[in-house]
Design a binder for this molecule. Structure first.
Ligand SMILES: *Cc1c(COP(=O)(O)O)cnc(C)c1O
Length: 381
């Protein structure tokens, strides 16, 4: 019998506060300014500096970042957008928000990411954008098809919600020249409570994003605060990030190096611990370059394994039920064999910064017992 695991193992994901977040929020509350403020702008500058980019524009969520990116790239009804079916539903909803058509791409089951070949399989004459999802924090390298995409004027919009801090080659994700969207939701690598940020490709694009996220309202520095005088110059939504959320993000950013090291070490501890287990395939997040966001395995009889581990108090999850099988997206269904297999076999193990290596050994021991009980042990190698 395995001893019960620590409280960390009961949660699949969890925010991790470094200590200064509450004081930073209190400071904003006392200032009496709760909207988009200098705190938001400081957060944008600090994120841009951290990523090594000229500009970063903060918004209220990762979903808002994706929607704004599609608007900025001019994606509209009649356009097709290639997106992996293996992603959080937010990626697909953002495409529907601009009236475009999602075209679901399959994934490499070893990484849960699209490959250049799988993207090209889904591209047609109507494709206006492709949205690689940086699954688990892993960068997606589209270099082999870059020229082809540019020639066809297909925009690359990265859903990097999992990948804050990860590297693509020598540069941080976000600094490689694509329109990149990060999420700072509660359980992401860095959290603002809720929030997101966009990395624009050009200065003109940055201006456009700033306008869209502020209801299309453009104000000069001199006009700021004079509410009798503003101009609505284009389409926009209330998507800006509050200084309350930005203050949390700033406090988190001060400790990001620590978060990066912890997440990488925990993922490597899982890899070591899982190495002795039959019937399990670990999804490779490329830990040397990534800040891991998830730790996932493929197992046979996943639902039974999930049930057994849950009964033993282990916080397992499934990321994600494939989108092309969701009722709301059924119109765009097509055959995606790898995605469908992963949808049945993928199991997300507890992964967050409250975990200890002891928790990890216990999670893996409980997984091993569950695999034996359901007869899935030894069915994979
Ligand atoms: C979290 C997430 C989003 C959406 O971000 P929110 O901040 O929750 O709106 C989009 N795509 C993926 C892959 C995500 O994990």
């Amino acid at each position: 019998m395995i001893s019960p695991s620590g409280p960390g193992a009961q949660r699949n994901a969890s925010p991790y506060l470094h200590g200064r977040e509450a004081a930073a929020v209190a400071c904003v509350l006392e200032s009496g300014q709760y909207g988009h403020t200098e705190v938001t702008e400081e957060f944008e500058r600090r994120v841009a500096e951290f990523l090594g980019v000229r500009d970063a524009v903060a918004v209220m969520s990762g979903t808002a970042a994706l929607h704004t990116a599609l608007l900025t790239a001019g994606i509209r009804p009649g356009h097709e957008v290639v997106v992996p079916a293996m992603t959080f539903c937010a990626t697909v909803q953002a495409i529907l928000a601009v009236g475009a058509t999602p075209v679901f791409a399959d994934i490499d089951p070893a990484t849960l990411c699209v490959t250049d070949q799988l993207v090209m399989d889904a591209v047609t004459a109507n494709t206006a954008a492709v949205m690689p999802v940086l699954f688990g924090g892993r960068a997606v390298d589209l270099t082999p098809i870059r020229k082809d995409l540019d020639a066809r004027r297909i925009a690359v919009i990265e859903d990097a919600a999992h990948a804050f801090g990860s590297r693509n080659g020598a540069r941080r994700v976000g600094a490689t020249g694509d329109l990149t969207c990060f999420s700072f939701g509660p359980i992401k690598n860095l959290t603002c409570g809720q929030g997101g940020i966009l990395i624009p490709r050009t200065e003109a694009e940055a201006d456009m994003i700033r306008s869209i996220r502020m209801l299309g309202v453009v104000q000069s520095q001199a006009e700021r605060g004079r509410t009798t005088n503003y101009r609505v110059e284009g389409f926009g939504l209330r998507y800006q990030m509050s200084g309350i959320n930005a203050a949390i993000g700033l406090a988190q950013l001060d400790h990001f190096e620590e978060a990066e090291t912890t997440r990488r070490n925990l993922w490597l501890a899982y890899r070591r611990s899982l190495a002795g287990l039959d019937g399990v395939q670990l999804i490779d997040v490329d830990p040397d370059r990534s800040v891991p966001h998830l730790c996932q395995v493929l197992v046979a009889h996943r639902d039974e394994v999930h049930e057994q581990m849950t009964a033993r108090g282990i916080g397992v999850g499934v990321h994600y039920p494939p989108n092309h099988l969701q009722p709301a997206f059924a119109r765009w269904r097509r055959d995606l064999p790898a995605t469908e297999r992963v949808g049945l076999e993928v199991l997300t193990l507890p992964f967050h910064q409250h975990l200890t290596e002891k928790d990890i050994d216990q999670v893996v021991a409980v997984l091993g017992q569950a695999l034996k009980t359901v007869g899935a042990s030894g069915t994979r190698s």
